[in-house]
Design a protein around this ligand. Structure first.
Ligand SMILES: O=C(O)CCC(=O)C(=O)O
Length: 268
């Protein structure tokens, strides 16, 4: 599905945006399911244990974690044939998706995300991994869209430490901000970036929601250096092909997020 020039662009820049891949009905169903979870979580339903909330006097759902996304409407997207065709082109015939979540920035709020590289939180034996976003609403810089720095997937890993502790964010002074690109994604479109591409997002200052389904897809032979919980859970995460007990080990930066995970990002 991806053209040679799209693949080259991803190789060089570390991100790629694609036109609408999901139909209006699929996006509507996804949006309705998200809103239903948000409403139930607000009413104290047990789904709230799978949600993170903003701080302050009126907490609002800012994230729905994997446990809250087990119904068909979300699982269909995770294994969506059009998305898997893209993923296969980038990562090969064996792929798993163990981490996924929905990040919400409701109108006039939503928290910002500091600059970071996902890799810093969870390095693997090789770096054939992407973080893929499915825009449920039109995403732009006004409603807290994601901003990337092209090419940073090929530079040395940025420092995510302060005083020797892992803090999950890069000091702003280190960011080549003049090269930042805001990802614009109409509802139903997808974008993805390499696991080491430096990215951030601002608060939502608009009157529009920003609901974003974020999924991490990994080549089947990329093993997390922090370990897996079980072979069965790894197997269950496969969306293409099957797992191998033989990880592929490449020359990638290996720094563990230790000691201390004290970033303001709560990962999946
Ligand atoms: O939802 C967002 O705006 C950013 C999320 C993010 O950067 C991440 O999960 O790594």
């Amino acid at each position: 599905v991806l053209s040679g020039s799209q693949l080259t662009s991803f190789e060089q820049n570390g991100y790629l945006s694609l036109a609408a891949l999901l139909g209006d009905d699929e996006i509507e169903a996804l949006g309705a399911a998200v809103d239903d979870i948000v409403r139930r979580a607000g009413d104290g339903d047990e789904v709230s244990r799978h949600c993170d909330f903003t701080k302050g006097p009126e907490p609002r759902v800012r994230k729905i974690k994997r446990g809250g996304l087990q119904s068909d409407v979300f699982q269909r997207v995770r294994r969506h044939p059009e998305i898997l065709s893209v993923v296969r082109d980038v990562l090969g015939p064996n792929v798993y998706c163990a981490r996924y979540k929905i990040n919400l920035k409701l109108p006039g709020g939503g928290e910002f995300f500091d600059w970071h590289q996902d890799w810093a939180y969870c390095p693997y034996t090789n770096d054939d991994l992407i973080h893929l976003g499915v825009a449920i609403d039109d995403m732009s810089s006004e409603n807290g869209g994601i901003v990337v720095i092209p090419g940073t997937h090929r530079t040395p890993l940025y420092n995510h430490r302060d005083n020797g502790n892992f803090v999950g964010r890069v000091d702003e002074a280190q960011i080549p901000i003049e090269r930042a690109v805001a990802l614009e994604a109409p509802a139903g479109s997808i974008f993805f970036f390499h696991i080491r591409t430096l990215h951030a997002s601002a608060a939502n200052t608009s009157a529009r929601p920003r609901r974003l389904f974020l999924l991490e897809y990994a080549a089947g032979d990329a093993w997390p250096l922090l370990g897996i919980s079980s072979w069965e859970s790894l197997e269950a995460a496969f969306v293409l092909g099957s797992p191998t007990p033989t990880p592929r080990v490449s020359d990638v930066p290996k720094v563990l997020p230790l000691p201390g995970l004290r970033g303001n990002l709560q990962k999946i």
